[in-house]
Structures are given as structure tokens and as C-alpha cells.
Design a protein around this ligand. Structure first.
Ligand code: ACM
Ligand code: ZN
Length: 507
């Protein structure tokens, strides 16, 4: 009998060692130590949980390691034993992340080794951006992605709600935005836009029209779902470029030129009416969203109209502005003052550096990292989302259908280091974090959008959360493959997609 028990203990020990060798967590935790024994994932579901929220206890467990306040808020220690799990955290947020760790362990392994994990994030902003203007997915899709983000301990969802091909959020003071420009005859973006000129919109209710928008109730539902998962939703209201749809609904917001000027996208910063529009829209957006930040866009304004528009020229003269870049900067600074008056801070794409950066603006560095480095030098906060690493509309495989021509495979995404050597230790706090951007010119269907997101978002999550020295490509590749399999079982489309998936819509 004793022999049988010993043999059983040996077999169980081997299983545990195997489970330990396959700790599949993404993002990798700061400290992991295996303890004796293991527990089946089924048992984990009913395990007794003891939670202690106490900063003092957590600090004792950290043994003198100095964390920033925002790190302490997310930090946790969990002890998984055969009889139960103990969680210590300084805040509910840490408890939430401990539970995500347990959820991931139970999902990835049939047998989980008893262990102690001590963990906290490296960067405070770990984000995903979704472009809902070019193609519209809607509330259920967004919530499904928020669920995956939470599992990955990501905490910012940048909601790109308005752009040339469609306005996607209810604004009561300007109802034509959604009635006239949230719908179009063609579903696929490239069938609608030809040679950089947008196509027609059609009125809400037109039979066969493609489009949609979020009502205020939809936004409230999404926010409540996100809040429960400790994710801040940051809305983006684009200005002054990328406003083809706004001008279709309210042509008086374009420059005082025939047809609103040659450039089809820009608002006129010469007119007071434009500021009245933006302020009224933002007031409603501030009421809907509780985020600390509002993203004001700022990218790719061509500014040619402004050089010849009498209103823009008059504004430049009155304000002593020497260039159209300074005119853009005037507009962004003015919108920043308005945001401050309402307790908000602004984020803008890196073009907001042109003509002088607004005093408190956070820069989203997308052309590369140089703009971000310049902003850090000027004492501004930065979020890195460089095209060559984090643009998720770029393809993962040269044969992939409907994607932008650059190759951004998983390993490339994983290789990005946000705290480059040229950022001094004293300036490192200005690097808020990282974000993957899914632009959807080419991405019409929900399954396609997910295939572009995953598994690359797993890599961004690990870069945002895990300590740099914990990153290890071969090990991550193995873990990403394990998580991809589980995500597919949960109904996510993960690249490479299941070969049985219909390939309709492929180029
Ligand atoms: C951008 O890709 N235009 C921010
Ligand atoms: Zn103008």
C-alpha cells in the first residue's frame, strides 16, 4: 500500500512539474514560485478565496521594492494552494488582476501547480485602439474584445469613433451627424472611397444602407462593462482633419471657399462656428465618457485650404500666427483649455507637435518613435504606437488578404521596447505606455478584425505589463500559441485562422 501511495505521489509530482514547466501566463508575472501539489482546473472554479485588501500587508510582501502609486494599485500577491487561494492587494484593481491570472491559469492548464505569484505592471497605459468609422462592428464586438483585454491585464480602450467614412456616436445638439453621415450605400470602405475622395452618405433608415452608430445608452453599457474590468475607455473626436463626414452633415464648418476648398477633410479653424461645434460636441462626449483623457486626433490635416481661406487668414492675422502649423497649434491649444475647464486632459496624434505643443498634451507617437522622444524631451507624456510595430492593419503574412502592405508579424510586435536607451531614467515616467491600433480600411468583418488583433495584442499586453527582463521570444511564442488555442475555443478568430473558415471577401 505504501508503495502504491509513493508511486501515486511520484506521478502527481511529475504532472505538477510538467504543469510548472508550462506556465503559460500572458503577460508573464514578475515573480512565480511553484509550491508542492497541484490542482485541477475544474477544482479551481470552486476554490475557496480569501481576499485581503491592505496596502501595509502588500508592502511587507514587496520587501522594500519601491513601486509607483499606480503600480501599487494594480499589484497583487496570490497563493494558490490545494485548499484555497489567498489574494493580497492594496486595491480592488489588484484583486481583479489576481483573478485574471487565476482565470488564465485555469483556462490554459488542466492541472495547475500550486504556486505563489507576486506581480505588478511595468507601464500604466496598456491599450488597444479600434477604428469604428471605416467599418462598424458595434457593442457586442467591443465588449468581447474588452473581455480579452481584461484577461491580458490591458487597461485602456481608445475608441476611434469619428472619421471621414462615418460618424458613430449620438450627439443631440448636432443630430445630422448620425442621421446623415453614419450610413453609406457601399459596405466595403474601398468601394465607397475612390482616389482619396469619400463617396456619398445616405440618410438613416435608407433600405440596404451600411453603417450604424452608438447611442448614449450603448456607450453607457460599454462603459459599465469596461469599468467592471478596470478598463478606461478614451473616446477620440477628430479635429481639424479627418472630418469629411462632418462637412457632409454641416458644410458651413468648412473653409469659406468654393466647395469648402480643395482638401476635402478639414474643418475651418478661422470660424468661431467651428469652435462652437467642437465645444458642444465635446460637452456631450464629456457627459457620456468618464475618462480622464479625451483624444482630439490632430493627425494628417493638409492645411492647404487654410492658406487661402479668408476666415483662416483673418484668424492668423488677429492671433499673430505665422504659419498654418501655428494655426493648427492655436486650435489644439484652445481645445486643450476647454478640456481643462471641464477637468479633462488631451491626447493627440504626433502631428500636434507641429507649430508648438499644447502645454499639457499627451502625444501618441505613431510615425515612429522620434516624435515621442521629442515630446518626452519637452516634458510631455507619451504613448508609443509606432506604425512599424503596432499598426495592426499591417499584415502578418505576405499572402494575407485585405491588409496594408507592410509586414508586422508577431515577433516584430513583441520586439518593441518602449523605454529606449535615449530616454533617461528621470524622464521614463513620461512614457505612459503602449497601444496597438486597428485601423479598418481593409477590415470589414468581425472575424477579420479579431484575426488582425490576435495574437498580436498578446505581445503588446506583455510589453506593457511584464518586466523587460522577463521578455523571452521563444517562450512567449509557445505561450501565445497555447493562449491562441484557448481563445479559438472561446470563439475568437486568431491568426493563423482555422482553415475551415470561409474565405469570402479575400483579395
Ligand atoms: C494615423 O494613423 N493617421 C494616426
Ligand atoms: Zn478656413
Amino acid at each position: 500500500m505504501k508503495g502504491i501511495l509513493l508511486a501515486l505521489a511520484f506521478v502527481c509530482g511529475l504532472m505538477c512539474v510538467k504543469a510548472q514547466a508550462q506556465l503559460n501566463l500572458i503577460p508573464a508575472p514578475v515573480e512565480y514560485s511553484a509550491r508542492s501539489g497541484c490542482i485541477s482546473s475544474k477544482e479551481m472554479a470552486g476554490l475557496h478565496e480569501k481576499v485581503r485588501i491592505s496596502q501595509k500587508t502588500l508592502l511587507r510582501l514587496l520587501k522594500g521594492r519601491k513601486l509607483e502609486d499606480w503600480q501599487l494599485k494594480s499589484a497583487y500577491q496570490l497563493e494558490l494552494g490545494k485548499k484555497g487561494v489567498k489574494i493580497v492587494a492594496a486595491d480592488e484593481e489588484g484583486v481583479f488582476y489576481a483573478r485574471q491570472t487565476l482565470r488564465m491559469m485555469a483556462s490554459l492548464n488542466s492541472s495547475v501547480t500550486c504556486c505563489t505569484i507576486l506581480d505588478w505592471p511595468r507601464l500604466r497605459y496598456r491599450g488597444v485602439m479600434l477604428d469604428e468609422s471605416r467599418h462598424f462592428q458595434g457593442k457586442d464586438f467591443v465588449m468581447k474584445q474588452l473581455e480579452m483585454m481584461a484577461l491580458l491585464k490591458m487597461n485602456r480602450f481608445h475608441f476611434h469613433l469619428v472619421d471621414n467614412p462615418g460618424w458613430r456616436v449620438q450627439i443631440d445638439s448636432y443630430p445630422k451627424l448620425t442621421r446623415l453621415t453614419a450610413w453609406r450605400p457601399q459596405a466595403y470602405f474601398w468601394d465607397w472611397e475612390k482616389n482619396e475622395i469619400g463617396g456619398p452618405f445616405v440618410e438613416e433608415g435608407t433600405p440596404g444602407a451600411y453603417g450604424g452608430y452608438y447611442t448614449k445608452q450603448d456607450i453607457a453599457d460599454i462603459l459599465s462593462f469596461a469599468n467592471e474590468r478596470h478598463i478606461e475607455v478614451i473616446p477620440e473626436i477628430e479635429m481639424p482633419g479627418h472630418n469629411y463626414e462632418t462637412r457632409a452633415a454641416y458644410p458651413e464648418l468648412a473653409c469659406s471657399l468654393p466647395g469648402g476648398g480643395k482638401d476635402p477633410w478639414e474643418l475651418c479653424p478661422g470660424k468661431e462656428r467651428t469652435f462652437e461645434f467642437l465645444e458642444k460636441v465635446l460637452l456631450e462626449v464629456f457627459d457620456m465618457f468618464h475618462s480622464q483623457y479625451i483624444h482630439i486626433g490632430g493627425d494628417e490635416a493638409r492645411k492647404n485650404n487654410w492658406k487661402v481661406c479668408p476666415d483662416c487668414q483673418a484668424r492668423m492675422k488677429a492671433e499673430g500666427l505665422k504659419s498654418v502649423e501655428e494655426l493648427q497649434s492655436y486650435m489644439i491649444r484652445r481645445m486643450e483649455r476647454f478640456a481643462h475647464e471641464h477637468g479633462k486632459r488631451i491626447i493627440g496624434w504626433d502631428e500636434i507637435l507641429q507649430g508648438g505643443l499644447a502645454p499639457d498634451a499627451t502625444v501618441m507617437s505613431w510615425h515612429g518613435i522620434e516624435a515621442g522622444l521629442q515630446a518626452v524631451k519637452e516634458g510631455h507624456d507619451v504613448i508609443f504606437t509606432p506604425t512599424h510595430y503596432y499598426y495592426l492593419d499591417y499584415h502578418q503574412d505576405p499572402a494575407q488578404f485585405r491588409a496594408v502592405g507592410r509586414h508586422v508579424p508577431l515577433e516584430k510586435v513583441y520586439s518593441f521596447e518602449p523605454l529606449s536607451e535615449s530616454i533617461s531614467e528621470a524622464d521614463a515616467h513620461h512614457v505612459l505606455g503602449v497601444q496597438g491600433n486597428l485601423w479598418t480600411e481593409h477590415v470589414q468583418d468581425a472575424w477579420h478584425a479579431e484575426m488582425m488583433l490576435y495574437p498580436r495584442v498578446f505581445a503588446i499586453a506583455e510589453t506593457g505589463w511584464s518586466q523587460a527582463e522577463k521578455k523571452n521570444w521563444p517562450d512567449f511564442e509557445r505561450r501565445a500559441s497555447a493562449l491562441s488555442q484557448v481563445a479559438r475555443k472561446w470563439g475568437y478568430t486568431v491568426y493563423p485562422p482555422d482553415s475551415t473558415r470561409p474565405r469570402e471577401g479575400c483579395d
